[in-house]
Design a binder for this molecule. Structure first.
Ligand code: SF4
Length: 255
């Protein structure tokens, strides 16, 4: 037997954990899914804080990190620092099928146009994650409502139809101030680009710092006026009525 989930079928679960500390959500996910759950981190501050919380609570999640081959050296160094700081977590670096050089020979420099960006993000971000489909039933991310934009109403529990997995955001209701306080109190590993004016961080050709008067995501794909999200987080895609199918053994926990 299998368990089919829709967004409306997650309403009771979201209600149950509304206002719960992030650690309670992490504990629930680990108890429910065990090693079939993983954190997904791009080595930004919220993802690093989640990894710290998990390790501090003795929850040995895998941490999935997509190395597109076009990341800042600071981000790779943050990955290495996280590995050193949290040896009980298994950091798994996912990579695209093609090197940047091979992709450029075949397709040209994709990220310079909107259509090319969609293809590039698909090849270098979404596809490496999709290659793990079937390995994990829950992916834990770091989206927060206080980021605004398409994340302004993100729920703690959501669906990922591409991965056929639950997407979980333990920090959905965590404010900027609360996140900053946790990071400062616990000396969390943090990407140094944040201190250099980057509120959010992606690949170096598509990410710039922002001015104080700009939106936090203004530095993402600044050269492509209408692009602000890459698609690796299905929640950023907005509405629709996705469904996922999981093993029936999760029915009691997710009802
Ligand atoms: S963010 Fe830019 S460089 Fe990175 S995968 Fe997307 S289009 Fe390519």
């Amino acid at each position: 037997m299998s368990l089919t989930l829709t967004r409306s079928s997650l309403a009771a679960l979201n209600q149950r954990f509304r206002g719960a500390p992030p650690l309670d959500v992490l504990g629930f996910v680990h108890e429910t899914f065990g090693e079939r759950a993983a954190l997904l981190s791009s080595m930004q501050r919220a993802g690093c804080a989640l990894a710290h919380m998990a390790d501090r609570a003795g929850l040995p999640f895998d941490v999935l990190f997509v190395d597109t081959g076009l990341l800042h050296a600071h981000t790779l160094a943050t990955r290495d620092a996280l590995v050193a700081a949290h040896p009980r977590l298994r950091v798994v670096t996912l990579t695209p099928a093609q090197s940047v050089e091979a992709q450029t020979r075949e397709h040209g420099v994709l990220y310079l146009s909107k259509a090319g960006q969609e293809r590039c993000c698909e090849l270098r971000k979404s596809a490496p994650l999709r290659a793990t489909r079937g390995r994990y039933d829950a992916l834990v991310g770091a989206l927060r409502r206080s980021e605004g934009g398409r994340r302004g109403e993100v729920e703690t529990f959501d669906l990922d139809p591409e991965q056929q997995a639950l997407r979980v955001h333990p920090l959905a209701h965590t404010s900027d101030d609360e996140l900053d306080a946790y990071i400062a109190a616990h000396d969390v590993v943090s990407n140094p680009l944040h201190a250099l004016g980057f509120p959010t961080i992606g690949c170096f050709p598509c990410t710039t710092p922002v001015r104080p008067d700009e939106d936090a995501r203004a530095g993402r794909w600044r050269h492509l006026a209408e692009v602000t999200y890459c698609g690796i987080n299905p929640t950023d895609g907005g509405g629709g009525d996705p469904t996922i199918t999981l093993d029936d053994r999760y029915r009691a926990a997710l009802s």
